[in-house]
Design a protein. Structure first.
Lengths: 506, 99
């Protein structure tokens, strides 16, 4: 029964609770859907049918035995290939990790297993999460389910496309500068970057440790909140993990879906909406704002002057941290080992040959840029200055919170661009994250919710940003906006996505 | 004058332990130059008295009890090694030829 894949995760959970479906049936339906359409979409690097069905059977048995199960138990999920899965290949979209089998689970993966969500497979991504289009995957790009010739966003294009193409109701992503929210925007799905430290990074292969955050990906706000509740919480294995209670995100989503945003103060970021933003993007954004006003929220324009320097600061801080983090790929303990063609095979020359063969162009660019920014004589001018800009951006947010509860902007300045269009122009590619990057620099939480289609028929994302630890606000405002939009559209936006060709080669 | 020269890219790539061929070096030098040029202005934004932020949500003194926890077994730690000998990682020789 392939209709099962069209349900929300919450509805799937309800069917399971009522005994009207089984986890095996749900999991098989999604594996069938993947088999049918992933030849065209390529959201998955690897599916795990045996593992997923075994986990599904275990979930069904636990339910039959009368165990008290978490809400999403038995609902299948896709996991971005940047998260370590014990005994199951984890490549980060890179050749250098082609044969890496982790000996441990990421904490979020352990939580999925504990909550009994069967893992359907590992999703495609830009190599080491570096990119905004998933074209930097060493294993070929993912295609946008709305238009197969266009990018699904990145780096988490695989996770966004998987939920957008109904190959999975839920997915995990990671977001360093927008890798959850920008793919959500361009695929008409929902994605959240939680407050820094709200979700454990243990077992997340690190790109930029002070920016990386794991988060939930789904088709609607409530499902996203339910997954957030599964993965959030303190982890002693992550020294940056917040030792605080998880905010009541599911309750907040329900409150919002019931239309309750009266009196909420919504700030429109003046600096995120001018030059470089498409007319269709700005049009849908403005309409969504009016809907929030109709629901009783007050809106006002807020200035965040330092945001204009955010992209520059990010492209110094992120590569610097990445160059340090990726030094671990030294051909000694795991991953690829390549001997140099000429000269003696020393530890140093083998490492250089391995990294030459194992890393793709974007990873090389960022490692070299970061090494340069951290090198003697440049540190203060580049890395040090960028960290000061980071302070200014945090102050902009602090000032804004004096007047508003949340800040909003379009998630990405444009709709999905064509595959190949920006591949040879790294700077143009980086601009796709101009609105999402300030959020990572400040460590605050952000969500992208679909707010309609631009003139080109492609989805537009609406970004909501809340103060640190106020993740619940994202779900309340996001839920209210979603409910109002779905009512106006007469159904979820994804229902308007074209049917995908079936039977392509995987 | 470029913000970052081809020779400098070659020097930094060597520090980063990434072997580059000539064509790659040409392409990367051009791209890195335009990126460095674009981020250069970051140094002019903040006044001297602005403190640096290294971490978005600063935590202080994150300790845990000094207790032994299970860790990876030798077999698990070595399972993805490119080369091993007995219970150890096998590495290429660490010294190059004398000049």
């Amino acid at each position: 029964m392939s209709d099962l894949t069209r349900l929300s995760a919450a509805a799937m959970a309800e069917l399971l609770a009522k005994g009207e479906s089984s986890s095996v049936e749900l999991t098989q339906a999604h594996l069938d859907r993947i088999e049918a359409v992933d030849g065209a979409v390529h959201a998955f690097l690897r599916t795990l049918p045996e593992v997923a069905l075994a986990e599904a059977r275990a979930a069904d048995q636990a339910r039959a035995a009368g165990e008290d199960l978490p809400a999403l138990a038995g609902v299948p999920i896709a996991v971005k290939d940047v998260l370590a899965t014990k005994g199951l290949a984890t490549t980060c979209g890179s050749r250098i990790l082609e044969n890496w089998i982790p000996a441990y689970d990421a904490t979020v993966v352990r939580k999925l297993r504990q909550a009994r969500l069967p893992i359907l497979g590992k999703t495609n991504m830009d190599e080491f999460a570096m990119g905004s289009s998933t074209e930097h995957s060493a294993y070929g790009p993912t295609h946008n389910p709305w238009d197969l010739e266009r990018i699904p966003g990145g780096s988490g294009g695989g996770s966004a496309a998987a939920v957008g193409a109904f190959e999975a109701p839920l997915a995990l992503g990671s977001d360093t500068g927008g890798s959850i929210r920008q793919p959500a925007a361009v695929t008409g799905t929902v994605g959240v970057k939680p407050t820094y430290g709200a979700v454990s990074r243990y077992g997340l292969v690190a790109m930029a440790s002070s920016l990386d955050q794991v988060g939930p990906v789904a088709r609607n706000v409530l499902d996203t909140a339910m997954l957030h509740a599964v993965i959030a919480g303190h982890d002693p294995k992550d020294m940056t993990s917040l030792n605080e209670p998880v905010p009541a995100v599911v309750e907040a989503a329900r409150l919002g879906l019931a239309g309750d945003v009266k009196g909420l103060r919504v700030g429109i970021v003046r600096e995120l909406g001018g030059e470089g933003f498409g007319q269709g993007v700005l049009g849908r954004f403005a309409e969504a704002l009016r809907l929030l006003e109709d629901l009783g929220a007050t809106t006002l324009e807020v200035s965040c002057p330092s945001f204009s320097s955010a992209l520059g600061a990010y492209y110094l801080i992120m590569p610097s941290e990445a160059s340090s983090n990726l030094a671990r790929f030294d051909s000694i303990r795991y991953g690829l080992r390549v001997r140099p063609e000429n000269g003696p095979a020393t530890a140093e020359s083998v490492m250089a040959a391995t990294r030459a063969a194992g890393f793709g162009p974007e990873v090389k660019r960022r490692i070299i840029l970061g090494t340069y920014a951290l090198s003697a004589g440049y540190y203060d001018a580049y890395y040090g200055s960028a960290q000061k800009v980071r302070t200014l951006i945090q102050r902009d947010f602090e000032n804004a919170w004096q007047d508003v509860d949340v800040l909003v902007s379009p998630t990405s300045p444009t709709t999905a661009f064509k595959l190949g269009e920006k591949l040879d122009d790294p700077l143009a590619m980086y601009l796709a994250d101009v609105a999402t990057i300030p959020v990572n620099l400040a460590g605050v939480p952000g969500i992208s919710v679909p707010c309609g289609l631009a003139e080109d028929g492609l989805p537009v994302g609406f970004q909501i940003v809340a103060p640190a630890r106020a993740d619940a606000f994202l779900y309340q405002v996001g839920g209210a906006l979603e409910a109002a939009l779905v009512e106006r559209w007469g159904g979820p936006l994804l229902e308007r996505a074209p049917a995908l060709p079936e039977g392509g080669r995987r | 004058m470029p913000a970052i020269s081809r020779a400098e890219v070659a020097r930094v790539a060597a520090l980063a332990r990434i072997a580059l061929d000539e064509a790659e070096l040409d392409r990367l030098a051009g791209q890195l130059d335009s990126i460095v040029e674009a981020v250069r202005t970051v140094g002019q934004v903040a006044a001297d008295d602005v403190p640096a932020t290294s971490h978005p949500i600063a935590l202080v003194n994150v300790f845990r009890p000094d207790q032994v926890h299970p860790s990876l077994s030798v077999e698990e730690a070595l399972q993805s090694a490119p080369a091993r000998e007995a219970d150890q990682f096998k590495v290429p020789r660490i010294l190059g030829e004398e000049p």
